[in-house]
Structures are given as C-alpha cells and as structure tokens.
Design a binder for this molecule. Structure first.
Ligand code: PEP
Ligand code: MG
Length: 537
C-alpha cells in the first residue's frame, strides 16, 4: 500500500485499476527499405489519415470547448501540410532508403529542436506541436489505435500531464478519474475533470509501475492510495454507495422548482469557467449560468483572445443554455490570475492592485474588444454582463458609456445585439456600503463573497497561513450581504450570491431570510441546495 497527498480538483471518490498513460515516445528503429517509391506512398496515405483524425478532433473540440480551444488542431493540420517538413521526410526516405516512420520521427525531432531553440515564444511552443504531429504519423504508420479502445473496463488514468490533443481524444466512458504529476486548477486536466464530474488529484508523483494496480482517489481529501488494503476498499465502497444513493435521490428533484415551504422561489444558477462546463450545469438542472469567469479564456491563451475567438465562446455558451440566463463576468485578471502577455508589473499588494475593472478602464481597447464580442453573442441567447471589483458609481457610469459606444459601433456596421442586462459584483466593502447608489445604475447585483471576505477582514485569500482567520461567517461579512440585499430591493433590482459562500448550507436559511433572490454555485451543489431550500419555511 502506498499513499500520497495531492491537490484535489473535484470532491468525489473513485476506485479502479490504474491505466498508465504514456506519450508515444517509443524509439522508432531505423529500418532500411528497398522500395522507396512504395514507402513514399505509405507516407502520403499516412498524412491523409492523420489529416482526417485532426479534422475529427477539430470538430469534436469545436463542439466541446469552442473555437479558441479547437484552433490548435487547425495549427496541426497546417503543420502537416508544411512543405519544408514533408520535403525533409520524403528526401530522407529517398536518399537514405529508410522507412517512412523512421524518417517522420527523425524529422520531427530535428524540427522540434530547431523550434525550441528560437527566441520567439510562439515559435518555441510550436516545438511540442511538431513532435505531436510526427508522433501521430508514426502511430498511423505503425497501425496503432488512437484511443483507449482496447481497455475492457473503466480506469483511473495516471499521467505526467495531458495535452489538449490527448485530453479530447480520451474515451470518457472509460474514465473513472485522473491522477497527474503536473497541471494546475486551471489546467485542461482540471477543466475536463470538472466537466465530466469525475475526481482528479494533481501533484502526485505518478509511477509507471502502478499500471494495472488497484487505486483509490479521494477527491474530498486529495488522497491517492495505490494497492489499498481490505479495510480501505470496504470503507471506500461504502462511501461510494452512499454517494450514489444520494445522487439518485437528488435526481428526483430535477425539473422541480426551488421554492421554500412558504412559497418563496430562489433561483439556482451555475458557476462555470468555459463552454464545456455547460454540460454539467445542464445535467444538474441549473436554471442558468450565474457566473461565467471569462478570464479563463485569457488564462488559457498565449495572446489576447481576439474579438472573434471570444465571440465564438460566448455564443456557444448562450446557445448551449438555450434561452436560459447566462451571466458573463468581464475580465477579472490581476492579483493571483496573471498572464505574461498582459505585461503586468510585480506589485507590493497585488490583491489591492491593478486588476479586473481597473485594467479594463485604463486599457479600454482590451475592454471594448470583450464588450463587442459579448454584445455580438447576445443575439444568440439570453446574455447578461457583470463587472468585477467595482468600488464607485463613477466606474459604472464610465462602463455604461463604453457599452453605449460599442453598441453605436455595432449599429454602424449593421451587427445585431440585444439590450443586455448589466450587473455589478459586490465584492468590496465600498461597493456594499454604496449599494443603494449603485443599484440605481444597474439591473442586478451578484455578491462575490470570496473577495468580499478578503477585503472586509483584510485577509489575503491566497495565503494558506491565514486560513484559520478567513471566516466568511464573520458578522461583518454577513451584515454587508444583508445591507446589499436590502439596498438592491429598495431600488427594485434582484440580488444574488456567486462566491463560494452561496453553496454553504449552514447559511442557506440565513440567506433566504435576508431575501436573497439567486445563488450561483458549482453545478454539483445545485440539487443538494434545492433539496435543502424546499425544506425551509
Ligand atoms: C468572488 O470574489 O466571490 C468571486 C465570485 O470572484 P472570484 O472568486 O473569481 O474572485
Ligand atoms: Mg472576486
């Protein structure tokens, strides 16, 4: 028995055999071939087959993660057509009389080393892509299967890390969970795990010899056990049965309204980070999306996402939700969420620094690009827009001017949009204290309790040492929430919570009593909350 602690991505348990996933780094032997012409034909048909695979992957990714996530497969298709690369493989086959697989593998290595040594970051990243397409060609030439199809039963996948091309190729019906060495909470591995609602633990020193061994991954504690003992197996089985029983009971609540015994209705929406999460939101019967953290789009990209790239994603989310409300929060970058291409300076107090709406209001072109994409997408569904880290009425007045400017620009070019609702996130004490004034300017409030707690208690939410002091139940935080609800209602707008506190069942009754209208939570919390609220008087 071996036991490890890592970082959990989803609170669920899985038990099953490990499938050690190894990238196709097998050494390709140098093989001499007599008939070079026949080998050139084999290479040509392998290229056609690889192109077909990439087209399938592109279409699959387009549906699941949208245009910007699928774009990588277009890049691979272009590289597969690259004249220099193909000519290099063909001349090796002709002159050295070697197999197509060997020529593709060697050329792939040479090209990827050349890319890796370049100064330009974009070109450096292409090194992994050229290796990826060479490996694909070698696999096709060897006639290997592209997926986990040979597996008889579902497995826990253990890997060093997973690239996007690998992630979308995995047969999801055969996956019980993931364990990886690398990856972060925002990585593709994490996003996929959340979408599929399967447990995943990252930061585990995965070993090849685990292949085929029984393992338990506990997403509640972040523990991974290899070759568990009889006691651990029995305990896990009981926990899983209990989870399944509860999930079944909760399914009965699908399609039901979330109303208290006295008839007050609370709207339960889902928090998401990308297009693919809409599947989980719908599966858990979310009435809409209460928080789409749009910065994930920026975090996953190596350049400012273009208006079109953003438009595709927002449109897909709106279309997937088929007329249900979709509240998209504008860029909330800065502090812990940093990306190189923004070129943000290091700061003494990043949480109190140049972030979120402060960036958008000083770099208006970045903001207007996002607003244009959002308004264009509004024609395809029921989109609302909300703004993070607001501290003053002045800010919201300027934001509304910019929204009007963008609308005017769209009218000039004849692009349709809808008059979307605009909302403010209440996540600073300043915003809560002036919520009466802010409420006159917008259509709704969504309380971001994660930041509201951090700023009210003066506690850095990123600092694990301060965890014992981070008390979201603190009366000061609850009083600010109550004040916000009251002020919002006085001005006739609805008020919701989209921070983690929204899913805290110890407080649900309090929130209902305060008059909260909406709770936006991770999809898996929706049905348990519905169950609880329906019992409240
Ligand atoms: C919050 O602060 O409560 C919130 C929902 O935003 P984030 O967690 O993304 O900062
Ligand atoms: Mg926040």
């Amino acid at each position: 028995m071996e036991q490890y602690e890592g970082k959990s991505i989803l609170r669920k348990i899985a038990m099953g055999r490990i499938f050690f996933y190894e990238k196709n780094h097998a050494i390709v032997k140098r093989e001499r071939v007599e008939d070079s012409e026949a080998e050139l034909d084999r290479f040509a048909s392998a290229r056609r087959e690889a192109a077909r695979e990439l087209q399938d992957l592109y279409e699959k990714a387009l549906k699941e993660v949208g245009e910007s996530g699928a774009a990588i497969f277009e890049v691979h298709q272009m590289m597969l057509d690259d004249e220099d690369y193909c000519e290099s493989v063909c001349s090796m086959i002709r002159q050295e009389k070697v197999s197509a697989a060997y020529a593709a593998a060697v050329t792939g290595d040479n090209f990827s080393q050349m890319f890796a040594s370049m100064d330009d970051n974009y070109m450096k990243e292409r090194a992994a892509d050229i290796r990826d397409i060479s490996e694909r060609l070698v696999r096709v030439l060897h006639g290997d299967a592209a997926d986990m199809g040979s597996l008889a039963e579902p497995v826990i996948l253990a890997a060093d890390d997973l690239a996007p091309s690998e992630t979308v190729q995995l047969d999801k019906s055969k996956l019980l969970g993931f364990v990886t060495v690398h990856g972060s909470a925002n990585s593709h591995t994490a996003i996929l795990a959340r979408t599929m609602n399967i447990p995943a633990v990252i930061g585990i020193p995965v070993k090849k010899e685990w292949d085929g061994k029984l393992a338990i991954i506990d997403g509640f504690t972040g523990t991974v056990i290899i070759e568990p003992n009889e006691d651990q197996i029995l305990k896990t089985r009981a926990q899983m049965e209990e989870e399944a029983r509860r999930a079944n009971l909760l399914k009965k609540l699908k399609g039901q309204k979330t109303v208290t015994q006295s008839g007050r209705e609370i709207h339960l929406y889902a928090n998401i980070g990308g297009v693919s999460d809409t599947a989980e939101a719908l599966a858990n019967d979310a009435e809409g999306i209460g928080l789409f953290r749009s910065e994930f789009l920026y975090l996953e990209s190596d350049h400012y996402p273009t208006e079109d790239e953003q438009f595709q994603v927002y449109r897909l989310v709106a279309q997937n939700m088929a007329g249900k409300k979709v509240i998209i929060r504008t860029l909330d970058i800065g502090a812990d969420k940093n990306v190189d291409y923004f070129g943000l300076d290091a700061e003494e107090n990043p949480a109190l620094g140049y972030r979120a709406i402060r960036i958008c209001l000083t770099q208006e072109e970045i903001f207007k690009t996002q607003l244009r994409a959002l308004l264009r997408a509004s024609a395809f569904g029921n989109i609302s827009i909300m703004f993070p880290m607001i501290i003053s009425v002045k800010e919201i007045v300027r934001i509304k001017e910019l929204v009007e400017e963008v609308k005017a620009e769209l009218r000039v070019i004849g692009t349709t949009y809808r008059d979307v609702e605009l909302g403010v996130m209440i996540e600073t004490p300043a915003a809560a204290l002036i919520s009466r004034e802010l409420a006159k300017e917008v259509d709704f409030f969504s309380i971001g309790t994660n930041d509201l707690t951090q700023y009210t208690l003066a506690i850095d939410r990123q600092n694990p040492k301060l965890d014992p002091f981070y008390d979201a139940h603190h009366p000061a935080v609850l009083r600010l929430i109550e004040m916000t609800v009251e002020n919002g209602h006085r001005e006739g707008i609805w008020v919701g919570i989209c921070g983690e506190l929204g899913a805290d069942m110890e407080l649900t009754k309090r929130f209902v009593e305060m008059g909260i209208d909406e709770l936006s939570v991770s999809p898996a919390f929706i049905l348990p909350l519905r169950e609880l609220i329906r019992k409240i008087h």
